[in-house]
Design a protein around this ligand. Structure first.
Ligand SMILES: [Fe+2]
Length: 388
């Protein structure tokens, strides 16, 4: 079953948004702010060390309930208690930003270029630059608890730094990876149950690396919106955007606070109206262990082997365009991710072109095998051979 655009009604979103958080559903939270459960990590740590496993399980169940059935996000005050360590990581991130600035502009999604600094794959860069600091930072208990609460064990951490400079404008409201990085037309081709599945495969987090008062533009959220069924199809709807503008909430953060949210929650980075705050957040995107196939397949090599055959069979009429398309779908990698976003930035869209999309274009335009091969060489560099 597919979700269809004629079934998109703002009223259905409003019905979902009318739900309110029952404090009884999140008894470990210290309070609700704008209906969002807020947790005091210092108090949680004390209780966790006193009460152990049972409380850990209760806490994880509570967070998972909030992300799926509740407001869709939690604020963890003092998630990183050591401010000096956070500052040390901030300094490393700033070094990386400086280093990359010399190389020219970096593409970004959901935001205009130039108002922010984006570090793609900050996880690997921090690990390379300062392994000991990486170890202290990712030794964090709250990041591990939140990740396991949503995804179970063997989760895969990635991180991107976003530093929004004074004057940096708000993003457009959106959902996040996976389906959130599709256009509504692309998302509509995935069946309804996949819209339900997509947010289960990642947890989105943000660690505040500086104090973020409201004037600095911390993230805008529409609590409960992750439960709206057609939410991956509304990115270009003016009425939804207008409702977001009027009803979104914005939560100030202190350095070391973290927010974790369901990637299907409608959200957007806010406008930095301050004159002097470099609003730096480390965005954590944690993926399920299950987002991978059972077998390793060298799709890059298969694509190179298949392409001359497809060209010949298209030329002599053995295969129609649709038939060639289907053969290609069984062979070439059809997903744009994972990739190296430094080399393969999402310029002009949400996602770079996949090897399958490139090969389809090559076939349509009659590229030689050598020309496609050269293009695939570039993609192997960007994506790594396993996924190209
Ligand atoms: Fe986002």
């Amino acid at each position: 079953m597919l979700l269809r655009s004629p079934d998109i009604h703002l009223d259905d979103l409003l019905r979902v948004l009318a739900q309110r958080t029952d404090p009884a559903d999140c008894p470990l939270a210290t309070h609700l702010q704008d209906d969002v459960p807020v947790y005091d990590c210092a108090a949680l740590r004390e209780r966790l060390s006193a009460e152990g496993e049972a409380l850990r399980d209760t806490l994880m169940a509570e967070w998972a309930r909030v992300w799926e059935h509740g407001a869709g996000l939690v604020v963890l005050q003092g998630a990183f208690a050591d401010a000096g360590m956070v500052d040390a990581v901030t300094a490393r991130f700033q070094q990386i930003i400086e280093r990359e600035r010399l190389r020219g502009a970096v593409g970004d999604h959901f935001a205009k270029a130039g108002a922010n600094d984006r570090v793609w794959n900050a996880l690997e860069k921090l690990c390379q630059d300062d392994p000991a600091l990486f170890a202290r930072y990712y030794a964090n208990d709250m990041v591990a608890l939140a990740s396991e609460a949503w995804l179970g064990p063997a989760y895969q951490v990635t991180s991107q730094v976003n530093n929004v400079r004074p004057g940096g404008a708000a993003q457009t409201p959106h959902r996040d990876y996976h389906l959130g990085f599709c256009t509504p037309a692309q998302a509509a081709r995935y069946p309804a149950h996949v819209h339900h599945l997509s947010p289960m495969l990642t947890l989105q987090g943000a660690v505040a690396h500086v104090d973020m008062p409201l004037e600095s533009g911390p993230t805008l959220y529409l609590p409960h919106s992750q439960k709206y069924r057609h939410g991956y199809l509304v990115a270009d709807r003016e009425d939804f955007r207008a409702h977001f503008e009027q009803h979104r909430v914005q939560l100030p953060l202190k350095k070391g606070d973290a927010v974790f949210f369901n990637p299907a929650l409608l959200h957007a980075a806010g406008t930095n109206r301050s004159s002097d705050i470099q609003r730096m957040a480390n965005l954590l995107q944690v993926s399920s262990a299950f987002g991978r196939a059972m077998e390793t397949v060298n799709r890059d090599q298969m694509t190179r082997q298949l392409y001359p055959a497809l060209l010949a069979m298209r030329a002599d009429g053995t295969l129609s365009e649709d038939e060639a398309d289907r053969a290609l779908a069984a062979c070439a990698e059809g997903y744009a991710f994972p990739t190296d976003l430094d080399l393969d930035p999402p310029l002009g869209g949400l996602a770079p072109e996949s090897p399958q999309a490139v090969t389809r274009r090559a076939l349509r335009e009659g590229w030689s095998a050598d020309r496609l091969g050269a293009m695939l060489d570039t993609m192997v560099t960007r994506r790594g051979r396993d996924t190209a």
